[in-house]
Structures are given as structure tokens and as C-alpha cells.
Design a protein around this ligand. Structure first.
Ligand code: FEO
Length: 446
């Protein structure tokens, strides 16, 4: 983003607001903004960056960047997120998706950078979840669109959210294209990826796939494209998003990839509703989804535990010793220090998951109980599993961990280790041996 610092001195009433990410942000009076517009710089109006980003010929990103969000219903969004929306300027000016209602000013500013809002003809709703449809009622009221294009389930979801039976719904049907002038919109039904209403929109002429939540990442950045951003960071956030949102729907992701392949769909760009757009390597995003949805594992072990008086931790560290003996890369995750959504990213392609927990009140320590609830909901599979934990008198934790892993169809290779209060040397040697056993099993599978 270009800085406007050098321009500020010559203007009256330009007020510095704050500095962040090597940028200086100013509040600029409306008259000054209207005079200079955004031709020579990226301007901030009322603290909002109004510059849209061109992503194709007459196609623009008009979304909003949420630098501050840190929790997305239980998913730790440590790097913020974006709500991507897109504007296609054709004979029928078409908006694809909107943004979370709290970000609407930024969205309107970017839209106004391209057209007067009232000139928008069609709105495509790829997904009804409120981070993409929150601003819909207000913008529908403002622009009175000719069509609101959505899936059949999308119409139901819109009715259940906003209770507006008189909106001009048009059901997008796969195989029945909608012309917007020089361009044609096609639709792919992507039910349960990740909501019943979800769909993709594809522009045949530009070969852009607007993929809704799929291929998204919770990543706030000034960059918009995959060739502009650190690749490790991008992969980390792409992985975390898949792991925490889509793991449960992996069989459907497989079917979707098969149908995209069968359709010979040429894709020059994947434009998801969160994060970075893939213009240089759209195939990379698809390859990642293909791999993850096949539950391909990476030969590593993940030891996840919670501990009360460090006995379970001691067991975890001795299990790790056994993994090291077998040359297996591992990660040790004490849930007191790692967020469940970060751990979930690592579960995604780990070969083995070892769960450890002390027994508390005849059950699990709450953090492990919460983690298991989250993990079971996302239902990862194709994992080697084993449980361990220390206890005082009743010792149910290992049994409960095993039950949860059975339900997820993990390959449980050991009945589990449970030791009273503080493990003895001979107990710890059994932990080392459990680590070795898991290590050998991982190597057999590779
Ligand atoms: Fe980004 Fe399912 O909403």
C-alpha cells in the first residue's frame, strides 16, 4: 500500500490516526477525498481503506480486512481474516457475496470506489453464513437488485435468516448458466462444503472460480494474491482452515475434486471468501485439498495431553523418547499451552495421535474433554491411536480416551497405559516402549 505521509503536510485538516504494519493512517475530510479520489494513493476515509483491488478485467475485490478478530466461534484467528466480496462490472453489474455486518463501511467504501451502489443489478450469494451475508439485507434495501442468485438451499437459508419472501430470488442450477453480458456465470453445487447452501460460482470467460469458504484462510493481509505472500504462512493458514472447517466433509471434498476434474474446468484463479486469492498456483490449493481429503498422513506422531500434577506429562515425555528411538518426528502438545484449533491443524496429517489425560472427578480434565468434543466433531480418521494417563483412585480417563478414538475409527494399537499417582521407573519404561510400538507401526505404514 502506498503511503500518503508525504501528501499530508500540504493539506489542511488531515489528521493522523495511527501507525501499524509500516503504514501511517490518516483521517481525511470528505471534501479532500472527493477532490483527489484514490487515483494516486490508497486513501483512508474515516479510518477505512477505500481502495478496491482489480483481480481481472473489470472484476474487483471489494471485501474487508478484519485485522483484529481473534476468535471465530472457537477457531483462534491469530492472524485475523478477510471477508472477500467481488464485483463484476458487465452489462449486469454483479456482486458476489457481501461481508460481516461490522465491516460494512469498508465494504461500501470499496464498492463505491468502482460504481455507485444503486447500479448493481445482481447479487450472487454463494454462502449464507453471516460473515458473508451479514450486510445483505442492508445492501438489498439500498440497491434493490434485479436478482439475488443463490442455490435452492441458499434460498431456504436466506428466508430462515432474514425472513424476506419478496426478495427477487433466482435459483442457481448447475448446468444452467446465467449471462451477465459479455460473461456467463456457471454454478457448482457444493452442498455441505461447508453448509447446505454453499455453492461455487465460475466465470467461464475469465476462468475464475469463486469458491465461497473452500480454499479460504483466516489471514488478514494487505496482499491479495498467492504470489505476493510468504508461502509457508499461506500453507499454514490454508491447512488450519481445512483442518478446522472442512475435515468433517472430506468425502464431499473428494467428490467435488472428482467432478471438477471430470468437467475439465479450466481455472486461472480461485477466489475464496477468506484470505488470499490463488492466481499463480490455483492447482496448488486443489492438490492440498485432494491430499487432505484422502487423509494422507505424513509419518509423524502427535502427543496431546493435559496434566494435573505432571505425572501424565512425565508419561508423555517418555512416550516421546520411544518415538525418538524409532526415528519418528513428533510434536508434544500440552493443551494448557496450545489452542485446540492449532492442535487440530497438526492432527490433520499426523500418522499417530496419542492422547494423555489425568482422571478428574471420574472423568477427563475439562480442557481435554473440550478438545475431544472438538476433535470428534471434525472426525479425522486414518490415525494410529493410543491413550495414557495417571490417576488417583478411579482412573476412567484412559477408557474415555479410547472410547472417543474408537468412535473416530482410529487404529488403537494398545489398550492404553494408566498409572497410579506418580509413575515408577518401570512404568516409565512401559511408556518408552509404547512410543517405540507406535513408531514401528508408523514405519510399517509408510
Ligand atoms: Fe466464512 Fe461459512 O462462512
Amino acid at each position: 500500500m502506498a503511503s500518503i505521509c508525504h501528501l499530508a503536510g500540504s493539506w489542511k485538516n488531515v489528521r493522523k490516526i495511527f501507525e501499524a504494519n509500516s503504514q501511517t493512517y490518516y483521517c481525511i475530510p470528505a471534501a479532500t477525498y472527493n477532490r483527489y479520489k484514490a487515483d494516486t494513493f490508497n486513501i483512508l476515509y474515516g479510518g477505512i481503506n477505500v481502495k478496491s483491488v482489480q483481480i481481472g478485467e473489470n472484476i474487483y475485490w471489494v471485501g474487508a480486512i478484519d485485522w483484529d478478530i481473534r476468535d471465530f466461534h472457537g477457531y483462534s484467528t491469530n492472524r485475523g481474516t478477510t471477508y472477500n466480496a467481488f464485483l463484476i462490472v458487465d452489462e449486469k453489474i454483479t456482486l458476489i457475496d457481501t461481508v460481516k455486518t461490522t465491516m460494512k463501511e469498508e465494504f461500501y467504501s470499496r464498492l463505491s470506489d468502482i460504481v455507485e451502489l444503486e447500479k448493481i443489478d445482481y447479487i450472487v450469494v454463494n454462502h449464507v453464513e453471516m460473515d458473508h451475508s451479514g450486510t445483505l439485507p442492508e445492501i438489498v434495501e439500498k440497491i434493490k437488485p434485479e436478482k439475488i442468485i443463490c442455490s435452492k438451499m441458499g434460498q431456504k437459508a436466506l428466508l430462515d435468516h432474514f425472513h424476506q419472501p419478496d426478495w427477487p430470488y433466482e435459483i442457481a442450477v448447475p448446468g444452467e448458466d446465467i449471462s451477465i453480458g459479455k460473461r456467463t456465470l456457471s454454478f457448482l453445487e457444493t452442498r455441505m462444503l461447508h453448509w447446505p447452501d454453499s455453492m461455487f460460482t465460475y466465470i467461464k470467460e475469465d476462468k475464475i472460480l469463486f469458491s465461497s469458504d473452500a480454499f479460504g484462510q483466516h489471514l488478514a493481509s494487505s496482499e491479495r494474491f498467492d504470489d505476493e505472500i510468504d508461502q509457508t504462512l499461506l500453507l499454514e493458514e490454508l491447512t488450519k482452515y481445512y483442518a478446522n472447517i472442512l475435515t468433517l466433509f472430506s468425502p464431499k471434498v473428494q467428490k467435488l475434486i472428482e467432478s471438477i476434474t471430470k468437467m475439465n474446468l479450466e481455472i486461472n484463479m480461485i477466489a475464496p471468501d477468506h484470505g488470499i486469492l490463488f492466481r499463480s498456483r490455483p492447482e496448488f490449493a486443489i492438490e492440498c485439498y485432494d491430499k487432505w481429503s484422502k487423509y494422507v498422513s505424513n509419518g509423524t506422531a502427535l502427543v496431546i495431553y493435559d496434566t494435573m500434577w505432571k505425572s501424565t506429562e512425565k508419561m508423555a515425555k517418555h512416550i516421546v523418547q520411544g518415538l525418538v528411538d524409532e526415528g519418528i518426528p513428533y510434536k508434544l502438545r500440552n493443551l494448557q499451552h496450545y489452542h485446540h484449533s492449532d492442535v487440530m491443524s497438526e492432527v490433520l496429517d499426523a500418522s499417530a495421535v496419542l492422547l494423555g489425560c489425568s482422571t478428574l472427578n471420574n472423568g477427563l480434565v475439562p480442557r481435554m474433554a473440550g478438545f475431544l468434543m472438538y476433535l470428534s466433531g471434525l472426525r479425522p480418521t486414518n490415525k494410529i491411536g493410543a491413550a495414557f494417563g495417571s490417576f488417583g483412585w478411579s482412573g476412567e480417563a484412559v477408557k474415555l480416551l479410547n472410547q472417543a478414538m474408537e468412535e473416530m475409527k482410529f487404529d488403537i494399537i494398545h489398550p492404553g497405559l494408566r498409572f497410579k499417582y506418580i509413575p515408577k521407573e518401570s512404568d516409565l519404561e512401559q511408556c518408552v516402549e509404547l512410543g517405540r510400538e507406535v513408531g514401528r507401526k508408523i514405519k510399517e505404514q509408510q
